[in-house]
Design a protein around this ligand. Structure first.
Ligand SMILES: Cc1cc2nc3c(=O)[nH]c(=O)nc-3n(C[C@H](O)[C@H](O)[C@H](O)COP(=O)(O)OP(=O)(O)OC[C@H]3O[C@@H](n4cnc5c(N)ncnc54)[C@H](O)[C@@H]3O)c2cc1C
Ligand code: SF4
Length: 505
């Protein structure tokens, strides 16, 4: 049955009997857990937006002929990529956190072209299987998570060199009906809130890593899966009652560790099975999409800029020139992130499978900016907010008959502004720069879609120094062909992760 809106999505998650550990106990029903529910509410917004604003979030799919949720859509034009970014910024503005669906969206699109190319070389039928799977997702309007990052053990060793083979998800058994996988994926965004998980390799693989070259889809409630819920800073505030101290009581992100113990994947849901030489292609295409998906953070930036402007107003300093200048600086940084992301989407090329891939250099520039600028925007927000952002008493003191009137009097800002509203906006700034949604705004910005060095490697690979040197030498009137010693750059780390094929734009 097709899920039509956020409320139906939330109902679809009930009664699945998942094995989820949180605070040392099994969670009975995640939908009703006060710490988990805000993350479910964030995903529900992606369903409601599609229902309310189909131009932005529910395109027509040529695969099924249906209007589908954009998170399940195979991109059919550069405009589709641009619209993904517009939708991501909007959802960031609506939730103030990670709404958890872009990993799945970017996985489907990178698999669409990669499976096509694997089939061309190996005469397999992965692409057809994937298309059937996507059609089912589109018809039923389901949520998928993308499970790429393995726990990895010793980062200096490849999957097959690890002392414990389970440091990377791998095939433990094959039979005529499918494969069984074991291992663990770390930091899995929205996994418990999903209906399906797509398991993919996380790095370049060699022939000895063949059993690690597995891509397949598993239902979130498949036998053999255990979830261990990830803590977020200040997460228990949503269990304290009240709605001020949480800062953003409605919404949060979600990450968990997913542990697979001999989980079965039937043949029709396997999209790579041993074709190790395609792992780097898949990882590169996925990160190319995903690094410009991080324009989601500009929606969060919009909120933090708004919160900073609001607290400056409540404090009576809205017209101070340095405050205005700091808001301009925050806006400049935020729009710089957006500019690179959306430009990457516009500069897309068509893959041989027929979908569209965004520009890799600009996607990496976008994500690299995301690893830095939100921290600076957060610093400026805390500057404007004042020290109360970290010293304010709790909502319970505010509601207490003895201390409440004291706080009402002594936490006042300018005339005409309620003390409670001043507290609320300060808690929101705390939430986004130190609390629960600082996971989504800051540390996810750092490591999600690859830590900063991964982008620098991709940028280095494509920076075309030789042609730039030629531009310079021409103007400096240095003659071509003059003997000059060159020192080759080391690409050893990069070659290991992504392979060493030369890429040019
Ligand atoms: C909030 C959040 C959400 C995420 N969501 C998802 C998700 O939904 N799906 C998913 O698959 N992944 C997800 N990720 C994972 C993300 O892609 C990884 O965090 C990222 O790739 C870094 O891996 P790591 O965390 O294991 O850090 P590490 O690999 O341990 O990196 C730590 C540091 O070591 C450096 N380093 C690592 N290996 C080497 C090496 N071999 N040589 C030199 N330096 C090295 C890195 O550059 C970095 O500076 C998420 C991460 C976060 C934080
Ligand atoms: S971090 Fe951003 S791009 Fe990634 S899933 Fe969350 S909202 Fe989407």
């Amino acid at each position: 049955m097709t899920i039509k809106n956020g409320a139906e999505y939330i109902e679809s998650l009930r009664g699945r009997n998942l094995k989820i550990y949180l605070f040392g106990e099994l969670v009975k029903e995640p939908v009703d857990h006060p710490m988990i529910r805000p993350s479910i509410n964030a995903v529900a917004e992606t369903y409601d937006l599609a229902a309310e604003n189909p131009e932005l979030a529910a395109p027509h799919s040529s695969l099924t002929g249906l209007q589908v949720n954009r998170f399940l859509h195979i991109v059919e034009s550069p405009q589709d990529l641009v619209d993904q970014n517009r939708m991501q910024r909007k959802l960031g503005q609506l939730t103030g956190t990670c709404f958890q669906r872009c990993v799945g969206m970017d996985a489907l699109n990178s698999l669409y072209s990669s499976t096509y190319e694997i089939d061309q070389k190996h005469s397999t039928d992965y692409h057809k299987r994937l298309v059937e799977f996507v059609k089912m997702l589109q018809r039923e309007n389901l949520m998928i998570g993308g499970a790429m990052t393995d726990v990895k053990g010793d980062r200096g060793l490849s999957p097959s060199q690890q002392e414990d083979p389970d440091m990377f998800v791998h095939v433990t058994k094959r039979d005529s009906k499918g494969v069984y996988i074991t291992g663990a994926k770390a930091h899995q965004t929205g996994c418990i809130n999903s209906h399906w998980i797509i398991v993919m390799p996380t790095m370049r693989l060699k022939s000895e890593d063949k059993d690690y070259a597995i891509i397949g889809a598993v239902p979130v409630d498949a036998p053999g899966i255990t979830y261990i819920y990830g803590r977020q800073s200040c997460d228990t505030r949503s269990m304290e009652g009240g709605n001020i101290d949480a800062g953003n009581a409605m919404y949060s992100g979600q990450e968990a560790m997913v542990i697979f113990k001999d989980v079965f994947i039937p043949n029709h849901l396997i999209f790579m099975n041993g074709e190790y030489e395609f792992a780097s292609m898949l990882v590169e295409r996925f990160t190319c999409y995903h690094r410009r998906s991080y324009v989601c953070k500009t929606g969060l930036g919009d909120i933090l800029i708004g919160a900073s402007a609001a607290i400056a107003d409540y404090n009576g300093v809205a017209n101070a020139s340095h405050i205005k200048d700091k808001l301009v600086e925050m806006t400049h940084l935020n729009e710089t992130i957006f500019a690179a992301g959306i430009a990457s989407s516009y500069r897309a090329h068509k893959t041989s499978a027929g979908n569209w891939q965004n520009d890799d250099m600009l996607a990496n520039v976008c994500k690299h900016n995301v690893t830095r600028f939100p921290y600076e925007i957060g610093r400026l927000a805390q500057d404007i907010a004042g020290g109360l952002v970290v010293t304010m008493p709790s909502e319970k003191e505010f509601r207490n008959p003895e201390t409440g009137p004291l706080l009402e009097k002594y936490l006042k800002g300018r005339k005409g502004v309620s003390t409670e509203n001043r507290m609320r906006v300060l808690r929101l700034i705390e939430n986004m720069t130190l609390g629960r949604n600082a996971v989504g705004y800051l540390t996810e910005s750092m490591h999600g879609a690859g830590s900063p060095q991964a982008q620098r490697i991709q940028i280095a690979r494509q920076m075309q120094l030789e042609s730039k040197k030629k531009f310079a030498k021409r103007l400096a009137q240095i003659k071509e062909g003059e003997a000059e010693e060159t020192v080759p750059e080391s690409t050893e780390y990069f070659d290991r992760i992504f392979g060493n094929k030369n890429k040019s734009k």
